[in-house]
Design a protein around this ligand. Structure first.
Ligand code: NDP
Length: 256
């Protein structure tokens, strides 16, 4: 029976440990800062140690708790090591945000093998490796929130991004499957599919493409990293406990 006197959409994550990949900049940094502001202890993972240090500094300046972990998400043994270190340090792991991602754009006719492989490795294999490693401590703690950052490209495709769109569609399939596998252990697995958000990843879009995108977006603006961080925070919160296997678009209505 539900307690009707308690509002469960509290974003208090005190006492919980979180891992955020790709936390050195962009959406990952916004997500890490958001979870830390909500009280979570955040393990910030990235390949770039300098950017990582800046994220950790920002969290600490805001009186949050964070620890940097330099790690390539495609490196299976390092991923396992990071999860073990986090569990050892904070006594468990409750939240995982698989956010690290790259693009290597090209029309499919001209796409090189290494462009395809690099994107699939980081976006899909990286998400799989961290999910597998995190599942064990979450199962042990009988609670978990896994949130995968997909993309609207994984839902509708995007010319020039066959590799990226395939990787993100793969992330959605992985999300739905793992949601079914881990549900009995009180672990929810969801994806957030952002539309176009202002980060370095989208900084190189030309003016013409930008105007076209704005025209196709009912809310008439690009997203802000905080728009995505807020959605992640909700899915990590107590109030999202009955949501699993879902893909939440944060796209200003682009895919409607
Ligand atoms: P950014 O390129 O700004 O940041 C990605 C971060 O991930 C960087 O810090 C990058 O490090 C890090 N990273 C890259 N490869 C690895 C790796 N192998 N291991 C660990 N860290 C790695 O991207 P965004 O913040 O824009 O995007 C974040 C996520 O959101 C991605 O998954 C992206 O696909 C998704 N997304 C973004 C959208 C947007 O409009 N921005 C729209 C839809 C989805 P380094 O700086 O060294 O490259």
């Amino acid at each position: 029976m539900m307690n009707e006197n308690r509002n469960r959409i509290s974003t208090d994550l005190s006492g919980q440990a979180a891992i955020v990949t790709g936390a050195g900049r962009g959406l990952g940094r916004a997500i890490a800062c958001s979870l830390a502001r909500a009280g979570a202890k955040v393990a910030c993972v990235d390949v770039d140690a300098q950017n990582l240090a800046e994220t950790v500094r920002a969290i600490e300046a805001d009186r949050g708790t964070a620890e940097p972990f330099t790690c390539d998400v495609t490196d299976s043994s390092r991923v396992t090591e990071v999860v073990q270190e986090v569990v050892k340090k904070w006594g468990g792991l409750q939240i995982l945000v698989n956010n690290a991602g790259i693009t290597r754009d090209s029309l499919v006719m001209r796409m090189k093998d290494d462009q395809w492989d690099a994107v699939l490795r980081v976006n899909l294999r990286g998400t799989f490796l961290f999910t597998r490693a995190a599942a064990r401590p979450m199962m042990k703690g009988r609670r978990g929130r896994i949130i995968n950052i997909a993309s609207v490209c994984g839902l509708m495709g995007n010319p020039g991004q066959a590799n990226y769109s395939a990787s993100k569609a793969g992330v959605i399939g992985l999300t739905r499957t793992v949601a079914r596998e881990l549900a009995a252990r009180n672990i929810t697995v969801n994806a957030v599919a952002p539309g176009f958000i202002t980060t370095e990843m989208t900084a190189t879009l030309g003016e013409e493409i930008l105007q076209q995108l704005l025209k196709q977006t009912p809310l008439g603006r690009l997203g802000d990293p905080q728009d995505v961080a807020d959605a992640v925070l909700f899915l990590a919160s107590e109030g999202a406990g009955f949501i699993t296997g879902h893909v939440l678009t944060v796209d200003g209505g682009l895919t409607t």
